[in-house]
Design a protein around this ligand. Structure first.
Ligand code: AMP
Ligand code: MG
Length: 345
């Protein structure tokens, strides 16, 4: 990692173009000339956040059809991957006893395999079986009392990606212990955004985006310019701390500023370090740029756990990242050398 280890950012920049309070803000770098292909945009509630889809296509009807199809796809994939939907593959895995081979869809298999890859690369810092620990710390936050050691150990015993056996050929998932559960919250949004973007591309969209509350997949650029994407300031989220320029890439920010709990005056992240069983104490926000949404989403969460320690593995996986740490005297930024390249238009 290189970077401004003691870098205080200047005040908010000028990139406030669109959207609600999400971790990314984006806008086209170009002024739209009259020959600009029609843009269709929609925002709706899904994936536990607000999702925005934008597409430019040669004619408005084609753009509208592409956006409507992508919207339906997102809703369908959410049903398949959500642990809150009784009919999802994830719920079937969570209900199953140890040893039962649970048949899963291609999408579930894809996401679990990508998750397993990130778990391996991070020595278990990323782990989709972390649910029992997430729940324990959520309850502790509500009660404003730290969990006791016995409860912590019990939850930990149920957490390990190694407790899941994935059979690619048979397309089944088998739990090796009872009590193991799957929560794809750290990776599914990026995966689904990527699938929706792929759908838009398949309909001829050459410029567009899918943003699921800070999980953004960008198609092409805007006219002949790249997308300009603002990264929120973790100290004051409506403000922009930084911006990147890119085409055809996924950008995801994971931060502890939107969701956290406070126990005995100390702030605890909603992201858990499965290795210690305790909330992650890594960066306050991590922004990842990768070639696809699932990789970006998974690694943004993984690096929120590992901090700089995971940076080499991230680079080996083709991931560029920027970490922001809130410190008394300002915002400290640490980033991979490749990330710096995205700051230039
Ligand atoms: P994200 O917003 O993508 O960073 O995902 C955060 C969500 O992922 C949390 O709300 C948990 O449901 C889940 N999670 C927490 N810690 C981990 C972890 N170490 N590995 C995988 N998923 C996690
Ligand atoms: Mg994530």
């Amino acid at each position: 990692m290189s970077g401004n280890r003691r870098f205080s950012f200047a005040a908010a920049a000028v990139f406030l173009c669109a959207g609600a309070l999400v971790a990314l803000r984006y806008c086209g770098a170009a002024q739209a000339p009259s020959a600009t292909p029609p843009n269709v945009e929609t925002t709706f509630s899904a994936l536990g956040t607000f999702v925005t889809i934008r597409a430019a296509a040669p004619d408005e009807a084609a753009a509208r059809e592409a956006v409507e199809g992508a919207t339906e796809l997102i809703k369908r994939l959410e049903k398949r991957l959500s642990r809150y939907d009784d009919e999802s593959d994830v719920s079937a895995i969570n209900r199953a006893g140890a040893g039962a081979k649970v048949p899963v869809s291609d999408e579930t298999l894809d996401v679990l395999l990508k998750a397993a890859e990130i778990s391996e690369a991070t020595g278990g810092a990323f782990d989709v079986t972390v649910g029992p620990l997430v729940e324990l710390w959520k309850a502790a936050g509500k009660a404003e009392k730290l969990p006791d050691e016995k409860a912590l150990q019990e939850a930990r015993s149920k957490v390990s990606h190694k407790h899941l056996e994935i059979d690619r050929e048979a397309r089944t998932v088998t739990k090796l212990h009872d009590g193991v559960s799957v929560d794809l919250g750290a990776i599914a949004k990026g995966y689904i955004a990527e699938r929706a973007a792929a759908f838009l591309r398949s309909k001829g969209v050459k410029s567009g985006l899918v943003d699921a509350g800070g999980d953004g997949v960008f198609i092409g650029g805007v006219e002949d310019r790249p997308w300009r994407i603002g990264v929120l300031d973790p100290r004051n989220p409506p403000e922009i701390a930084d911006a990147v320029f890119l085409r055809d890439a996924a950008v995801v920010t994971s931060g502890n500023y939107a969701r956290f709990s406070t126990i005995e005056g100390k702030r605890y992240s909603h992201i858990i370090d499965p290795r210690s069983g305790r909330p992650a104490e890594g960066p306050d926000s991590v922004t990842v740029i990768a070639k696809d949404g699932a990789t970006a989403d998974g690694w943004a969460t993984a690096l929120s756990v590992t901090g700089e320690e995971g940076a080499a593995a991230a680079r080996a996986a083709g991931v560029e990242c920027m970490m922001l740490f809130v410190e008394e005297d300002g915002l400290m930024r640490v980033e991979s050398p490749g990330f710096t390249g995205y700051r230039k238009e």
